[in-house]
Design a protein around this ligand. Structure first.
Ligand code: NAD
Length: 262
């Protein structure tokens, strides 16, 4: 028996990176899983069936686009109709775009606010009635070190992540007496396929070795000079699902190698 046996977790943006690590950690603790996110159908099916065979739970994929509120509500409804409940909701889907503010494409601003911030509101809005009815729930939002500090050229991302931190606190207060916690996790640089893919281009563009790119470019802001791993982020999320974390709510938990300590 895992701590989530008999429960269902919906993880947005779980076809890749941190989201996939959350899904596999929750499945390892016994939860049935609603995967969500983009990608090639065959790749998604491979991850979905691996969760079932590796952990002996059930997993379905929702193709809900996080820019579309009705599809987000449909994703929650899929979890409830397939497995009987949505007990854990992780709002994790996210994109990035980097540009000076005066040139920032309006459609990129709108997409980042929709996917990185508004989708969490829509998911929470749809999942809370069922959680209240059952008297238990865990809502976890993936924020970022950028929910606490800014970097230049990331106006939309930093705004969305600061917004996630505010949404987390508000929802935590509203649900405090319902045995539903709401927290956000703020990673620094996490080793995901997205980050890994940037390395060869940066090596070429700056004439650096792989080690120099990692230390002097990517991890410049991270005092430990080491990446956070997706599995470390997922382990923290799993802790938040347990009884030991029942009194942790409304917090913003940093896992950033000391980035925001400075
Ligand atoms: P990733 O690119 O590996 O995964 C992003 C996921 O979001 C994918 O599954 C993708 O399909 C999904 N997605 C994107 N747009 C979507 C849409 N419109 N609808 C549905 N799904 C969509 O990225 P990651 O590094 O795993 O990032 C996950 C979260 O962690 C994001 O919120 C990101 O801001 C945050 N984060 C990442 C890092 C890092 O260094 N990688 C650091 C701090 C915070």
């Amino acid at each position: 028996m895992g701590i989530l046996t008999g429960k269902t977790a919906v993880v947005t943006g779980s076809t890749s990176g941190i989201g996939l690590a959350y899904a596999r950690a929750f499945a390892g603790a016994g939860a049935n899983i609603v995967l969500n996110g983009m990608g090639a159908a065959a790749d998604i099916e491979k991850e979905r069936s691996a969760i079932e065979t590796d952990f002996g739970v059930k997993a379905v994929h929702s193709p809900a686009d996080m820019t579309r509120p009705a599809e987000i509500a449909g994703m929650i409804a899929l979890g409830e109709s397939t497995f009987g409940s949505v007990d854990v909701l992780v709002n994790n889907a996210g994109i990035q775009f980097v540009s000076p503010v005066e040139d920032f494409p309006i459609e990129k601003w709108d997409a980042i606010i929709a996917i990185n911030l508004s989708s969490a509101f829509h998911g929470i809005r749809a999942a809370v009635p069922g959680m209240k009815k059952r008297g238990w729930g865990r809502i976890i939002n993936t924020a970022s070190a950028h929910s606490l500090v800014a970097s230049p050229f990331k106006s939309a991302y930093v705004s969305a992540k600061h917004g996630i931190a505010g949404l987390t606190k508000t929802v935590a207060l509203e649900l405090a007496t319902h045995k539903i916690t709401c927290n956000c996790i703020s990673p620094g640089y996490v080793w995901t396929p997205l980050v890994e893919k940037q390395i060869p281009d940066t090596m070429k563009a700056r004439n650096l070795t792989k080690e120099q790119v990692i230390r002097d470019v990517l991890l410049q802001a991270q005092p430990t000079k080491e990446f956070v791993t997706s599995e470390q982020v997922a382990a923290l999320a799993l802790f938040l699902c347990g009884d030991d974390a029942a009194q942790i709510t409304g917090t913003n938990l940093s896992i950033d190698g000391g980035w925001t300590a400075g």
